[in-house]
Design a protein around this ligand. Structure first.
Ligand SMILES: O=P(O)(O)OC[C@H](O)CO
Length: 405
């Protein structure tokens, strides 16, 4: 069988020896490429990182090893020892002559300590703010930069769910250590993640690139096929919605979704229901007793009855805040990045999500999901129907603002 042509991304290697999984991956890849118009790339190494202990160690290690450039973008930059450690690591590299750029969302990072900003600027870190609310029209204020990106020397990139704050430290051992997942990427997909940074940086800073950008070519680093999908702060249908739709509509056996904030619109509720009704095993993992945004949780809980009636299983994570943003499909494709399953991520904000078409990576995320389920509680439809009037009233009370959640 000859290689198949991928007009956007070169040839996909589907050979006579390729099995049904490769065929499947090829079909999904081509759907995503033609419907989103962004090439997937081959030859990527992808490493899942679970919880702050792994995530922050890998990110700080990469920063410490930077020789040319560091680009970092985050929605949340709050407080705590980890906030200081990142500021010190970035400052250290800037003092060593590395070009260090830090892009902070004007709303999400408003709690950053002033002296950290001063120290970073003095060291030569270029700090820019994405849409500081005070200076904006209300319409623009609603569209935030929710992407979490770190790119080091144009060759190693990170994205996923974490913000820079003490809440994310540790290993989800108790309610002070949030559960989250990030991914480290090497290979050609780094370009897409770097472009997500560049797009937002261009809005906030006069210089987009300079002589320190080497525009390196990527060598194959692993076996994963990765498409990088950017969601834009805009109005109307977005690529991020197409990505979710393609994955849900392509599922044949199983969808596993984990998200910090679950408050999608009617369209995506119906799509989840339709997916379950056609026999796909659909599981959703959400925060339980520990959530930092109860309004969001209530908006999601308002949908539990409809979803469970279609056969969707909903689990609430017990030990701490569940903050990961992950979907796995049929053991072959994973989505990982900054996108929550809510209107804010799907309709309003700048997001970045990787579609990782790789069985090994997906198996790792599924194994993490299995472990998470062990410490989660399944919502029992009959019991949920008997929830209190107060709970029902609270769910109804948040409905008027659900489009902003
Ligand atoms: O928006 P996320 O998913 O990055 O989570 C950060 C929260 O907004 C913190 O309250």
């Amino acid at each position: 069988m000859p290689d198949r042509e991928s007009p956007l991304g070169g040839a996909t290697t589907v050979t006579a020896d390729s099995g049904p999984t490769d065929e499947r991956i090829h079909r999904i890849r081509r759907r995503l490429e033609r419907l989103i118009g962004v090439a997937a790339t081959e030859g990527n190494a992808v490493r899942p990182l679970r919880n702050g202990d792994e995530i922050f160690a890998a990110m700080l290690d990469a920063v410490a090893g930077a020789r040319h450039t560091v680009d970092m973008m985050t929605f949340v930059y709050w407080r705590g020892d980890i906030a200081r450690r990142f500021a010190e690591a970035l400052s250290d590299r800037a003092r060593a002559g590395v070009r260090v750029r830090l892009l902070l969302d004007g709303f999400g990072s408003r709690l950053i300590e002033r002296d950290l900003l001063d120290r970073m600027s003095e060291a030569g870190v270029e700090v820019a703010w994405f849409r500081k609310p005070l200076y904006l029209s209300p319409l623009k204020q609603n569209h935030r930069c929710h992407r979490k990106v770190l790119v080091v020397d144009e060759q190693t990139a990170f994205t996923g769910g974490v913000g820079i704050a003490e809440e994310w430290c540790g290993d989800a051992r108790n309610s002070h250590e949030w559960r989250d997942t990030h991914v480290e990427v090497q290979g050609p997909a780094v370009d897409g993640i770097a472009a997500a940074f560049a797009q937002n940086w261009a809005e906030c800073h006069t210089e987009l690139f300079d002589e320190r950008d080497r525009f390196v070519s990527h060598r194959p680093s692993g076996n994963a096929i990765v498409q990088v999908v950017r969601g834009s702060a805009s109005f109307g249908w977005q690529d991020m919605q197409t990505l979710m739709r393609v994955i849900l509509e392509s599922a044949e056996e199983r969808i596993r979704l984990a998200t910090a904030y679950f408050a999608p619109d009617d369209y995506f509720i119906e799509l989840l229901c339709a997916t379950a009704r056609r026999g796909v095993d659909v599981e959703i993992l959400l925060p339980g007793p520990h959530t930092d945004k109860r309004v969001c949780q209530l908006a999601g809980q308002h949908r539990y009855e409809a979803l469970t009636a279609c056969g969707v299983r909903i689990h609430q994570y017990q030990p701490t805040m569940m903050h990961a943003k992950i979907i796995t499909m049929d053991g072959v494709v994973s989505l990982i990045g900054s996108t929550n399953f809510n209107r804010r991520s799907l309709d309003h904000d700048e997001e970045v999500m990787l579609a990782v078409m790789d069985t090994e990576f997906t198996a790792s995320l599924d194994a993490h999901y299995d472990e998470d389920l062990k410490v989660s509680e399944l919502i029992r439809p009959d019991r949920w129907k008997r929830r209190s009037l107060l709970q029902r009233a609270r769910e109804t009370a948040v409905l008027p603002i659900r489009r902003y959640l």
